[in-house]
Design a binder for this molecule. Structure first.
Ligand code: GTR
Length: 348
């Protein structure tokens, strides 16, 4: 299903794709399509798909955006959040959003990589010096360019949410150098960029939906995965994979996207209300995110997980240079990289 939207890069078809069964996909797709377009007698309700639970910072930001939308539209517009993956895994809900089956979807950058090459750029390993650098870049011209790049694919990029820094965790040993990753079977998102990243670091990439990672760790189907503190904690992956190594290799943001079909049915005033509410939900999300990150880290450390710094982050940076060469192909991509790098000068 998702393979039909892969436009560039190595195909994922030869990797196991243990996502939803075809029946589950069709069922979730159908229910979403039935739901979409429903409206309260007094107005329009946007159906929003979110994989995280309703108390996760992204979900809470969407709820806040819903509150703002209702206020600004005098109750004519509202949002209904389907949290906890009720409508399916991100790759599937994203596809439904592109053809209007779902109105809005909060996703990570990863599933967008196969749809639009420009989304690879903020996902390049070590492109951001820290979270503050990522926030500046995504709030500025580079972020606007990435959001706009989605329009030809049936998506309106509304805003970016935080996702912190992703690091590796596994069931075997602390990762201190790239050599420690040799042969490790590591789950990645369905993204060719992440597949290349793991390959360059010497691991064995296994694309898999997030919802299957815990079982796969417990059953030894994979040795590890990579994610930020909140996802490592929230998915209970820390119970199965006791080594968390602070590689901080990717600081890619999350996005809230809207179906372009749905967007184009709105009046200019309604579009302004949607965009303004999305924009205003961002600082709210960031505050929640910072708290959640600290809480998750604290809980994970208290549970006895062995957390380690890497010996030399530059060794990881050097190893992934081929990923940069593979994904910076056009002058526009290079320009985006340069703009992001320039903004990094303000961040130590
Ligand atoms: C999380 C992100 C999710 C999902 C997940 C993953 O950090 O919030 O949207 O993309 O990573 O690894 O699949």
């Amino acid at each position: 299903m998702g393979d039909s939207i892969i436009k560039r890069g190595r195909s994922l078809a030869h990797f196991p794709q243990p996502g939803l069964s075809r029946r589950q996909m069709i069922a979730s797709g159908l229910s979403a399509m039935l739901l979409a377009g429903c409206s309260k007698s007094s107005g329009t309700t946007f159906r929003v798909a979110e994989f995280h639970p309703s108390n996760y910072p992204t979900s809470m930001a969407i709820s806040e955006m819903g509150r703002l939308i209702e206020g600004y539209s005098d109750g004519k517009l509202s949002m209904k959040l389907y949290a906890g993956g009720q409508l399916g895994e991100e790759r599937d809900t994203l596809e439904m959003t592109t053809f209007g089956g779902i109105d809005m979807n909060r996703v990570s950058l990863g599933p967008l990589n196969s749809i639009e090459p420009m989304t690879n750029i903020p996902g390049l390993p070590f492109i951001f010096k820290n979270v503050a650098h990522m926030r500046d870049a995504m709030d500025g011209a580079p972020g606007r360019q990435v959001l706009r790049s989605l329009e030809p694919h049936g998506l309106i990029g509304l805003c970016f949410y935080d996702s912190g820094a992703r690091s590796f965790y596994n069931t075997k040993r602390p990762i201190r150098t790239p050599e420690d990753m040799k042969g490790m079977k590591l789950r990645v998102q369905n993204s060719d960029l992440f597949v290349s990243l793991i390959q360059e670091l010497g691991g064995n990439p296994t694309p898999m939906p997030l919802g299957e990672v815990y079982q796969a760790l417990v059953q030894g189907v994979i040795d590890g995965a990579e994610n930020n503190w909140p996802s490592y904690f929230e998915g209970r992956h820390f119970e199965a994979a006791k080594y968390y190594s602070l590689t901080q290799h990717v600081i890619a943001p999350e996005l809230l996207v809207m179906s372009r079909q749905r967007w184009e049915k709105l009046s200019a005033t309604e579009q302004d209300i949607v965009q303004k509410s999305a924009d205003e939900s961002v600082p709210y999300m960031r505050k929640l995110w910072d708290i959640k990150t600290l809480d998750a880290e604290k809980a994970v450390r208290a549970s006895g997980v062995e957390v380690n710094e890497v010996d030399d982050q530059q060794a990881f940076v050097d190893r992934v240079q081929p990923v940069w060469r593979e994904y910076i192909k056009t002058p526009a991509e290079q320009k985006l990289v340069d703009e992001i790098a320039e903004m990094g000068a303000d961040h130590a």
